[in-house]
Ligand binder design. Structure first.
Ligand SMILES: [Fe+2]
Ligand SMILES: [Fe+2]
Length: 377
């Protein structure tokens, strides 16, 4: 190689890559200065509820905290760091010997001695918090501290870019959805509840080790869930507003909202250049395949078993559960008990994913909390 070429260590950073990859590149950059940066993790802030939720961490092999969330308010030092919009530097984790809270305890127990914490803001709102951890005390000082701070700012820019892109796709879809909802009787807080159920199921599957879902993937299923019926925009009023008693032709037309949804999503992906966005297939699958049944009796393709991807299975269960437990012009609301019995029966018949149904049954308290938080007036 000619010697005028310079090794560009941060060149790989790209919002089209997964967070995992981007954080690995950042970690490698700091490690060039001194060995000992053992972990970087990003937790996201959820404004509703004021909680911080684990999102991604590197290296994956050294990740004691996944699928975990806690109220920001409960950590005085994080709250101070966020309020002051200033990083927090801890050169000896022993100051938390009394245990500030669960996660601080877990981090200490895993041998981390020092930590640099960097709050990330996008559009003036707290987006999340970056944690840099080392098993050495006093790791973050001098050049290492400067590099860590610089990397924090780079990750913040990646986050802003990532969020803008997610926002623009969801804004475009949201506008389509609100046009659909304007006409569709299935409105109210249905989309918020079913997205909440979808995340609950995904988290439960991950916690039980049933599927290898990272926090990043779980978050995307949650973000994409409300877009499942975007294809209804292509269904004429006289069919969309009809409650029951479809003729065969009308039913065939109604079923097309799945393929229309896929086409709309495909156009959005194209228009916004989202082709390389990690896990964008989830969005395609959710829009197109949320009415597939595992026994092949669903639509539009009649896919069976493993042909129905996990995000579509999760959305199917969440969507049906909320539809059953809601009052509609043509039916009363079912009780949770009856609706869950029905889902169980459908799982036994081989139509729905039994693990997804079990997740709702076993987390009924959380299900009810979501229903109360997003009840229809
Ligand atoms: Fe649908
Ligand atoms: Fe729905």
């Amino acid at each position: 190689m000619p010697d005028f070429l310079y090794y560009d260590s941060l060149a790989g950073i790209d919002p089209d890559r997964s967070w995992q990859d981007n954080l690995e590149i950042c970690r490698a950059q700091i490690l060039r200065y001194r060995p000992g940066l053992d972990r970087i993790s990003l937790v996201l802030y959820e404004e509703e509820g004021g909680r911080l939720r684990t999102f991604t961490a590197v290296p994956q092999s050294d990740n004691p905290l996944t699928n975990y969330d806690f109220p920001l308010e409960e950590s005085a030092s994080l709250l101070a760091c966020v309020t002051a919009r200033c990083p927090r530097l801890i050169n000896d984790m022993d100051i938390f010997a009394e245990g500030e809270n669960d996660h601080t305890r877990v981090i200490r127990e895993n041998g981390y001695r020092s930590s640099f914490t960097f709050p990330i803001f996008t559009r003036d709102k707290l987006y999340g918090i970056l944690f840099f951890n080392s098993r050495q005390s006093d790791y973050f000082q001098g050049e290492v501290l400067e590099q860590t701070d610089l990397v924090g700012h780079i990750i913040e820019q990646v986050a802003i870019n990532y969020q803008n892109r997610l926002r623009s796709i969801s804004a475009a879809v949201q506008s389509a959805i609100s046009m659909v909802n304007y006409r569709d009787p299935e409105t109210g807080n249905h989309l918020k509840r079913m997205a909440g159920f979808a995340r609950l199921i995904a988290r439960d599957l991950a916690a039980k080790g049933k599927h290898r879902l990272t926090d990043e993937q779980i978050d995307l299923i949650y973000q994409f869930a409300p877009m499942h019926d975007v294809g209804k925009i292509g269904i004429p009023d006289e069919i969309l507003l009809k409650n029951a008693g479809f003729s065969t032709d009308e039913w065939e037309l109604m079923k097309q909202h799945t393929t229309i949804g896929r086409q709309i999503i495909e156009q959005l992906i194209d228009n916004f250049h989202f082709q390389k966005l990690p896990f964008i297939d989830y969005l395609r699958d959710i829009a197109e395949l949320h009415h597939e049944k595992l026994d092949g009796s669903g639509y539009p393709h009649g896919y069976r078993g493993g042909e129905v991807p996990l995000p579509a299975r999760i959305i199917a269960v969440s969507d049906i559960f909320d539809a059953l437990t809601c009052k509609r012009p043509y039916k009363a609301a079912w009780t949770n008990r009856d609706a869950l019995e029905e889902l169980k029966r459908m799982a036994e018949e081989g139509k729905l994913d039994a693990d997804c149904v079990a997740a709702l049954i076993e987390n009924i308290d959380e299900v009810i909390a979501i229903q109360i938080f997003y009840r229809d007036e």
